[in-house]
Ligand binder design. Structure first.
Ligand code: CP3
Length: 355
């Protein structure tokens, strides 16, 4: 086992002391970077980027060459799992993801099977090992997956940006069918994350982008419960080293206590909650990740720095905070704003880690 040159992120996720607050950005590799757009053009499409480990490695490394980030995140997508299940993922130009065969009929749902990551998602595992090799232990690599419920939203609706009419109709009218999908998804995500860990992912994150669209009771039953099942089934250690886990439910601010009890090491926060208040509620149990509004990056360096200061001050002294945005970085973000943000977090946060 070679030691990481910078393991600040891993220590912060485990609430161990650090010299400063580590920072990475959701969607740090993406369309706001000209070099990403160039690589995507060479690959031919977004999916071709994801499915070719050389391209996936190249774009994973791009933001690291520009900004002193404390983590890399695997370049891939949450929808690789339903794609591997045979639903036919595609992206039409300028629109979000779509499925050729969304789940509508009971027989389609009953015939869903758990993909074997070593076979059907081999390209992801190859990307993870290649990225680890290229990183050469500079900083840790985060692996990820979608939550069972968020994946089910795309699988049932067939696309993003909907009013959740299909999936919520199923939830209330045929909860047994939705539970069947969620069960398969939870098994698929567990196997997928374990395969990523075995291939070299040093922390894992579950993206529950749509859990916040559920009612209080439905969130516990249809989203959180399955994330807890995954957290109970994933490897906690690889080669004697702890693998921290992060759960991020967008819009989950009202449920922080129950999210913190799910078995994760860290909870991701969107920008609607005060991080100081979140720390008082759950900071004795888990680390917190977040929570700058991505729209702050459209303003000036002075404003960006001031907003960073506000979050660092609200969190306060001591370890357990990983700085991030409250959701993915916008494709319209000037890259210089991301640099201002990362540098501000590193310099301003030091005074909170002197005790
Ligand atoms: O953070 C990173 O840099 C890693 C890469 C990553 C992508 N998608 C690349 C991507 C991660 C972690 C994801 C997760 C993901 N994918 C989520 C959960 C996080 C979130 O944003 O809520 C979701 C819901 C998806 C599904 C998905 N993929 C959507 C809705 C879209 C279209 C949205 C958009 O911005 O156009 C994608 C495409 C996608 N995934 C892009 C990238 C860089 C843009 C595709 C392109 O290059 O055209």
């Amino acid at each position: 086992m070679t030691k990481l040159k910078n393991d600040t992120l891993l220590r912060a996720l485990l609430r161990q002391p650090t010299e400063y607050t580590p920072v990475w950005l959701m969607r740090q590799a993406g369309r706001y970077l000209a070099e990403y757009n160039q690589t995507r053009a060479r690959a031919g499409s977004f999916l071709a980027l994801c499915k070719n480990p050389d391209f996936a490695t190249e774009v994973t490394m791009q933001p690291l060459a520009r900004f002193p980030l404390d983590a890399a995140i695997l370049f891939s997508d949450i929808l690789t799992i339903p794609d591997a299940m045979g639903l036919g993922l595609y992206f039409s130009e300028g629109e979000g993801p779509k499925f050729e065969r969304p789940l509508r009929e009971e027989w389609e749902i009953r015939s869903l099977t758990v993909p074997d990551p070593a076979i059907h998602l081999r390209y992801v595992m190859d990307a993870v090992s290649q990225i680890r090799k290229t990183l050469d232990n500079r900083i840790p690599l985060i692996g990820f997956s979608g939550s069972p419920f968020t994946l089910a939203c795309y699988m049932v609706e067939g696309c993003g940006g909907t009013d959740f009419r299909q999936i919520k109709t199923m939830l209330y009218q045929r909860p047994d069918l939705l539970h069947h999908i969620l069960n398969i998804n939870a098994q698929a995500v567990t196997a997928y994350l374990n395969a990523q860990i075995e291939s070299g992912a040093q922390a894992v994150m579950i993206f529950d982008t749509w859990g916040g669209a559920l009612s209080h009771a439905a969130y516990q039953e249809f989203s959180l419960r399955y994330m807890s099942q995954i957290l109970a089934g994933i490897k906690r250690e690889q080669g004697g080293v702890r693998i921290p886990s992060i759960v991020f439910t967008k819009g989950g601010g009202l449920w922080l206590e129950s999210i913190a009890d799910s078995g994760c090491d860290a909870v991701g926060l969107d920008w609607t909650v005060d991080i100081g208040e979140a720390r008082r509620r759950i900071g004795h149990k888990v680390a917190l990740q977040g929570n700058l509004d991505p729209a702050v990056l459209f303003s000036t360096p002075e404003i960006i720095t001031a907003e960073v200061e506000k979050i660092l001050a609200a969190y306060g002294d001591g370890p357990g905070h990983v700085f991030n945005l409250g959701h993915g970085i916008s494709q319209f973000t000037p890259p210089e704003s991301a640099l201002t943000l990362v540098e501000a977090v590193h310099s301003v946060s030091q005074k909170y880690h002197r005790h």
